[in-house]
Ligand binder design. Sequence first.
Ligand SMILES: Nc1nc2c(ncn2[C@@H]2O[C@H](COP(=O)(O)OP(=O)(O)OP(=O)(O)O)[C@@H](O)[C@H]2O)c(=O)[nH]1
Ligand SMILES: [Mg+2]
Length: 413
Amino acid sequence: MDQFSNLLKNYLAQFGELLKLWVQTVAPLLGQLGVPEIYREVGALGALYLLVTLVVALFILLLLRIGRRQRPVPPRRAEVTAEEEAEAEAVEEAPTPPAEITVEAPAAAPASLFERMRAGLAKTQGALVGRLDSLLSGRRVDDELLDDLEELLITADFGMATTGDVIQALRGRVARGEMSPAALRTALREELRERLKLEAGALDLNQAQPFVIMVVGVNGVGKTTTIGKLARQFTAQGKRVVLGAGDTFRAAAAEQLAIWGERAGVEVIRHGEGADPAAVAFDAAKATLARKADVLILDTAGRLHTKVNLMEEMKKIRRVLGREIPGAPHETLLVLDATTGQNALIQARLFKEAVEVSGIALTKLDGTAKGGMVVAIGAELGLPVRYVGIGEGVDDLRPFDPDLFVDALFRES
Ligand SMILES: Nc1nc2c(ncn2[C@@H]2O[C@H](COP(=O)(O)OP(=O)(O)OP(=O)(O)O)[C@@H](O)[C@H]2O)c(=O)[nH]1
Ligand SMILES: [Mg+2]
């Protein structure tokens, strides 16, 4: 104990010496700054006090900064509400690459299916119904107005035949009595709905077991994407699906189909680049039977040098399929790109001459204001429109539903 108090006395004495040294050094400096002599010693002590306080404060700040940097992410999850959690997840999911979003799009709820249809048809909606509403506002329903309406329908690519029919039916209704612009709008909606109903035709997979779909169309229209979407949708309905990579024209085509197949969890039968597509069809048919699959979808090349080549190749594929599976192909689905407008119609006529097309999938309606193509194509070719494509997501290929289509175009928001 004595030893401790001696040590303490020693330290205090040294501290006193240091203080004295500080005062002796700083007091003259304060004198030079004009501080009166009686305040110099107190001033020196005060300055020391301020200096020590400052150093301590800086030290504490430094410790706090280090602590914050090293602290792990606070365990907020336990406290957050469900709403906050959903928000946080949405933020976390935001950076997913767009390609993945389109392919991985989950099945949407029925309400949002309508909304997506609306969004997909937004351009046609603007060009047709948007312009229709401004055409009708403040006008009397007369011949002149019907002429303007005729022009509007032709611009939206409803085609001469359908437009002529619709306008004639409307003139008949107008002639039967006075019609308000609102009534004309409703009448147009009904006339279009009736015509679209003539063009619609859902694919019935139960007609054959297995059901074979051969997909044809020129390059870039969306054949492979359409097949990928169909494969996903059919598997979601519980169907067993096999895909055949009959586009052997380029290696990338089979690769693209293989990626879709992998995502849908279905088998893809493929051969090397330049192989005979009929041989792929043969193997795909064999695999379909061996796996007891419900549906076989066969992709084909979009580019062939001549119509004769195309015809020969398609005939050979059909022959092979029919030999392996009775009645196959049960559906020859022609894919057409709506953004190509009248060109799509010309293509469709050529394909119809070369191959026995039995139905149409009209893609990329989301990319055009010419959604009237749906009516024109069905009416002018006498073929049912099975599917419409309204985007790149898996749910953006829809069985063509005229009621939904017209409602999405005409319903006021
Ligand atoms: N916006 C939009 N894009 C689509 C739609 N359908 C297909 N596409 C896109 O169109 C492009 C061409 O599609 P593919 O499926 O490769 O066309 P393809 O007919 O197989 O082409 P080839 O194999 O070259 O003959 C791709 O970028 C698709 O994502 C659609 O409904 N809407
Ligand atoms: Mg392709």
